[in-house]
Design a protein around this ligand. Structure first.
Ligand code: F6P
Ligand code: MN
Length: 327
């Protein structure tokens, strides 16, 4: 049996990175406990505020955000924190050499219906040690991430993590309250017959995405010559977890529903950490034409279309888009 602490030590993980991962995952234990209590903890329902994207904040979104923020502010390696719930990044310890970005509670509309939610995190290097961090310090491409992962609060609490070059999974043992390694070197099959998309947005998609989904829905009567199955957790963390477990394709594509937004998902604390996990597990992640991890960010809250998962299927979607764009 290997605990998270033993794993990080055995991998000779950089001590600062290791320390920050420990801080985030310890807070994850508290969030997990609050979720287990559910309605009894008086944390369900709206908090009455709107976050920077104009969405209603749930009580637990605010709580999870504050818990992570407070814990990371006390971590001497953490020079700054950016969160889905904060308009601007918050400076922490100027002498730190790491920046931490997180989505404190992904899929928060699932909280009130007792369904899976998660915490997504991304760790970047900080280049201006000794000076107060600013938003612009966070604007690094996803390929600069030193570590990334998520906590999934599902029927059990799990941690998926990538620090060096592979992806590992831990289960939170409710008896010992330790994260125990349950999957070493997670790998995603290149081919899949399962996909995840919110089809109610069909009329807002670009033509190549409509064509792709038409082909999947046609199944063995269409050009793909086989049937596909559809799943949608409505929390990215749940869909990505399924893909890491058994392959598949997840997309939240570009749509014209909100013309001023490039997509729904956020690049820096949703798409980048998930893309690093997916690529390290042998999959692919693209905005439909470009590798997500290569995108140079211009805003900590910027949105991006996302297509990720089993490599051959993601390449297929990308080819449809490239052929359409080069016509
Ligand atoms: O964080 C945004 C998010 O909640 C993702 O976790 C999820 O994949 C998606 O939005 C769900 O979107 P929709 O409400 O369109 O199903
Ligand atoms: Mn989210």
């Amino acid at each position: 049996m290997t605990t998270l602490a033993q794993y990080l030590k055995a991998q000779k993980t950089d001590s600062a990175v290791s320390d920050v991962i420990t801080t985030v995952t310890e807070v994850g234990k508290t969030i997990s406990q609050l979720l287990r209590k559910g309605a009894l903890a008086d944390i369900l329902g709206e908090a009455g505020n709107q976050n920077v994207q104009g969405e209603e904040q749930k009580k637990l979104d605010v709580l999870a955000n504050d818990l992570l923020l407070d814990a990371l502010a006390q971590n001497k390696h953490c020079a700054g924190v950016a969160s889905e719930e904060l308009d601007d990044a918050t400076p922490a310890n100027a002498d730190g050499n790491l920046l931490v970005l997180f989505d404190p509670l992904d899929g928060s509309s699932n909280i009130d219906i007792n369904m899976a939610v998660g915490t997504i995190f991304s760790i970047l290097p900080y280049q201006r040690q000794g000076q107060t961090s600013e938003n612009s310090d966070f604007l690094q491409a996803g390929n600069a991430q030193l570590a990334a992962g998520y906590l999934l609060y599902g029927t059990s609490t799990m941690l998926a993590l990538t620090v060096v070059d592979n992806v590992v999974m831990f289960s939170l043992d409710p008896d010992s309250n330790d994260y125990i390694l349950v999957k070493d070197n997670v790998q995603i099959d290149a081919d899949t017959s399962e996909y995840a998309i919110n089809s109610s947005n069909y009329r807002y998609w670009r033509a190549p995405m409509q064509q792709y989904i038409d082909e999947l829905v046609a199944g063995d009567t269409g050009v793909r010559g086989r049937d596909f199955n559809m799943r949608w957790v409505a929390a990215m963390v749940g869909d990505v977890h399924r893909i890491l477990c058994r392959g598949g394709l997840f997309t939240y594509p570009f749509d014209t529903k909100y013309p001023n937004k490039a997509g729904k998902l956020r690049l820096m604390y949703e798409a980048n950490p998930m893309s690093l996990l997916i690529e390290r597990a042998g999959g692919s992640a693209t905005d439909a034409t470009h590798r997500i991890l290569d995108i140079a960010p211009t805003d900590i809250h910027q949105r991006v279309p996302v297509v990720l998962g089993s490599k051959n299927e993601v390449d297929y979607v990308k080819d449809l888009h490239l052929k359409h764009d080069n016509k």
